[in-house]
Design a protein around this ligand. Structure first.
Ligand code: HEC
Ligand code: HEC
Length: 221
């Protein structure tokens, strides 16, 4: 996976440049312009015409992301997260975390530096509106154990159906390898995703607990 990234990186960057010829000279200026994402997002929410325009911008941006995150944000790679159906505020917060170093992934940090505020907001509008493709559990026994764990703790924040809310991530239907890796990173305090409220919420989980919750959550519609 790590070894293959440079090829995909080259493809994605080529697509990024082809998609917007003017990007080359203006990208740096646009990316460094300080636009408050929350303020712009609020503006978009009260302006349907602007929302519609930015949705179209987002659909174009998503064509670049599709190499990894799949068409319409339904990833076909178990280790790469779905973006479909994800909550806007959560997505914006992750963009901020990649940008300020709280969350580390060299490739994603580069991607985000190349996007201006309207491309970010458009991308978020586009993905939030896409449906997650449901994947039924492959092992009902393990998934049932995971459901118990989910119903004891996770539901408090991620909601009974795992779709989160304005602030909290949707986890229902998320890719299983990505869920496993992410939960272990939180539990083990990995600095690629440090200081998260998820660390105290995973601290006492065994690997078997994580396997179970992953089986359940990834199969939630
Ligand atoms: C080379 C593959 C690749 C491409 C292309 C790519 N991503 Fe990612 N993206 C990843 C990986 C891998 C992760 C998971 C990073 C981690 O947590 O380690 C990720 C994570 C994310 C996340 C966080 C999701 C979550 O659930 O927390 C967002 C948001 C995101 N990408 C947006 C985008 C956008 C927008 C684009 C296109 C402009 C894009 N990505 C292009 C590989 C890619
Ligand atoms: C106290 C509230 C709370 C509880 C309880 C909680 N979470 Fe979370 N969870 C969050 C928040 C907030 C985030 C976003 C944190 C961040 O940005 O790192 C998150 C992020 C996540 C993510 C990352 C999503 C992504 O797309 O990368 C996963 C996976 C997750 N939680 C799973 C779980 C599971 C499984 C449980 C139960 C064992 C659980 N959470 C319990 C609040 C909670």
């Amino acid at each position: 996976m790590v070894k293959r990234i440079p090829v995909v990186l080259a493809m994605a960057l080529a697509a990024l440049l082809a998609w917007q010829p003017a990007a080359a000279q203006s990208a740096r200026a646009r990316a460094t312009a300080k636009v408050d994402l929350d303020a712009r997002f609020k503006e978009v929410q009260t302006n349907p015409k602007l929302a519609d325009d930015l949705y179209k911008v987002g659909r174009k941006v998503a064509a670049v992301c599709a190499n990894c995150h799949g068409d319409g944000g339904n990833s076909t790679k178990p280790s790469i997260p779905n973006l479909a159906g994800q909550n806007p505020a959560y997505l914006l917060e992750q963009l901020r975390q990649f940008a300020d170093g709280r969350r580390r992934n060299e490739f994603m940090e580069g991607m985000i530096r190349a996007m201006d505020a309207d491309e970010k907001i458009g991308m978020v509008l586009f993905y939030a509106a896409q449906e997650v493709i449901h994947k039924p559990a492959t092992n009902a026994g393990i998934a049932a154990k995971g459901q118990d764990i989910f119903n004891k703790n996770c539901f408090r924040c991620h909601g009974n159906v795992g779709r989160g809310n304005e602030q909290i991530a949707r986890i229902a239907g998320q890719q299983h390898d990505y869920l496993r890796l992410t939960l272990k990173r939180y539990r083990d305090g990995a600095d690629v995703r440090a200081n998260s409220i998820m660390t105290p919420n995973t601290k006492h989980m065994t690997d078997a607990d994580i396997e179970a919750v992953v089986a359940y959550v990834s199969s939630m519609p």
